[in-house]
Design a protein around this ligand. Structure first.
Ligand code: TRP
Length: 451
């Protein structure tokens, strides 16, 4: 069993909230949410996404934090220990493996996209955006992604920064970083919102996002909306479980999870409300894919007074938001190498960084030289994204929720979750243990045409 003296803990519940929010808020909210929404037709996707956050995301997040805190180890060893303690099949450790692996795979492409953000800081600081036309914004983006050498440079830089932070230990600096940077990011998004409100297409964008049009909904877009809910909350990928394992015992898990989910969702919606008015006002296509934010926001910055300053600040804060996420993705892997293989934190970080860098090259090339290399019609990057967000995360989440709800002795679970009322506990068990897994299963069967 773990030796509690050896493991670090968050200094308070607030520290955990900040760290988990830092993990949740990142590219998923500002980059992925708008472009996925655009690709999947808007409002109906948003609605399914919101339902998934509330009905699947939050209850599963509670299960995940709980499992981490209960076991107080990295996800792989946590699941081994819990399965053993509860006399369950050792196959349950697969949940830990799948999560840790997913976190690592996501890290490999996340750092490439974060590299784009670094590139955009450079562009912003050097005043590339002032008076930018939508066409120019598009060519800036296209130029960037067709240059693999440059993408490798920024990808390497981002991995390096992440690994330095991780090697020094998750907690030092993270709390402070999140508590200052997150509000900063929100303020800049609000400034951008001011621009979007005046762009003349705000109502059109609002309709696009919130006026449900179910004719646009396909089986695949429902699967993507569910995947996005997992991705944006950093679920089932080791991150939340390992952060939970550092959570002090007296913090309330349900309340904590709710706060994180609300903050995360608010920032995603805000980002959508900023991006789409610009899309419509400039006559861009909502479905243009991963370049969407990079082709829209610079136009907005370019047209506003003080744009260079705001743009620089925004993209710098965006890097920090990505950083607080990326360090959470590799934490499970690093903690495992440290705790299981007794590696030093430095060495573990080095190996994980190197491996992530190498795998990331595949993503770099999938935007240029290797664009035509596809697996089932998906580029390398799209395949990794699909494999994690749409398959491994929902499956892992389903498994860990079932384990926490039905395969553990209920009393300790209820105590750990701090649910004084029996009804609350029963409600959670039904939602996390029955409704969420059933919904996930249905979405799966539906997406492969069975249901
Ligand atoms: N939630 C993050 C975002 O939206 C991404 C993220 C962080 C993540 N940690 C993760 C995704 C772990 C999956 C797994 O940007």
């Amino acid at each position: 069993m773990p030796n509690p003296k050896k493991r670090t803990q968050w200094s308070s519940r607030l520290a955990f909230i900040l760290a988990a929010t830092g993990s949740a808020v990142g590219l998923g909210n500002i980059w992925k949410f708008p472009y996925m929404t655009g690709q999947n037709g808007g409002s109906a996707f948003v609605l399914v996404y919101l339902v998934c956050i509330a009905l699947i995301g939050v209850p599963i997040m509670m299960a995940e934090v709980f499992l981490g805190r209960h076991a107080r180890q990295n996800p792989i060893q946590a699941m081994i220990a819990l399965a053993e303690r509860e006399n369950r099949s050792s196959c349950w450790q697969l949940v830990g493996w799948s999560g840790t692996l997913s976190g690592f795979i996501i890290f490999s492409f996340y750092s490439v996209i974060s590299g784009w953000v670094i590139h955009y800081v450079y562009l912003a600081v050097n005043n590339y955006f002032s008076g930018l036309t939508p066409e120019n914004a598009q060519s800036l983006f296209t130029e960037m992604i067709s240059n693999p050498a440059e993408m490798i440079l920024t990808h390497s830089l981002f991995i390096f920064i992440t690994m330095v932070v991780v090697a020094r230990g998750v907690q030092k600096g993270l709390e402070k970083a999140v508590s200052i940077l997150m509000p900063g990011l929100i303020i800049l998004l609000l400034i951008l919102l001011g621009y979007s409100l005046n762009s003349g297409s705000f109502l059109e964008a609002f309709r696009f996002l919130f006026y449900p049009d179910f004719t646009k909904l396909t089986e695949q877009s429902v699967l993507s909306a569910m995947g996005q809910a997992f991705f944006t909350l950093s679920l089932a990928s080791g991150a939340i479980m390992v952060y939970g394992s550092y959570l002090p015992s007296d913090a309330s898990i349900p309340r904590t999870c709710m706060v994180v989910a609300i903050a995360d969702t608010a920032i995603a919606l805000l980002s959508g409300l900023v991006v789409f008015p610009i899309v419509f006002a400039q006559g861009l296509t909502p479905a243009s894919g991963p370049g969407l934010v990079f082709q829209t926001l610079p136009v907005a910055f370019g047209a506003m007074p003080g744009g260079t300053l705001f743009a620089s600040l925004f993209f710098i804060l965006f890097i920090f938001a990505a950083l607080t996420s990326s360090i959470s993705m590799v934490e499970a892997c690093v903690a495992w190498l440290e705790e299981r293989w007794r590696m030093s934190r430095l060495k573990a970080s080095l190996w994980v960084g190197l491996a992530g860098w190498t795998l990331g090259l595949g993503t770099v090339f999938s935007f240029n030289l290797g664009k035509t290399v596809t697996f089932y019609g998906k580029t390398f990057f799209e395949s990794l994204d699909f494999l994690t967000a749409n398959l491994l995360l929902p499956l892992g989440g389903m498994a860990l929720a079932i384990f926490a709800c039905w395969l553990m002795a209920p009393h300790p679970v209820r105590n750990e979750l701090g649910m004084e009322h029996r009804v609350h506990f029963d409600l959670w068990r039904w939602v996390a243990g029955v409704i969420a897994p059933a919904a996930i299963l249905m979405v799966f069967l539906n997406s492969i045409g069975i249901f």
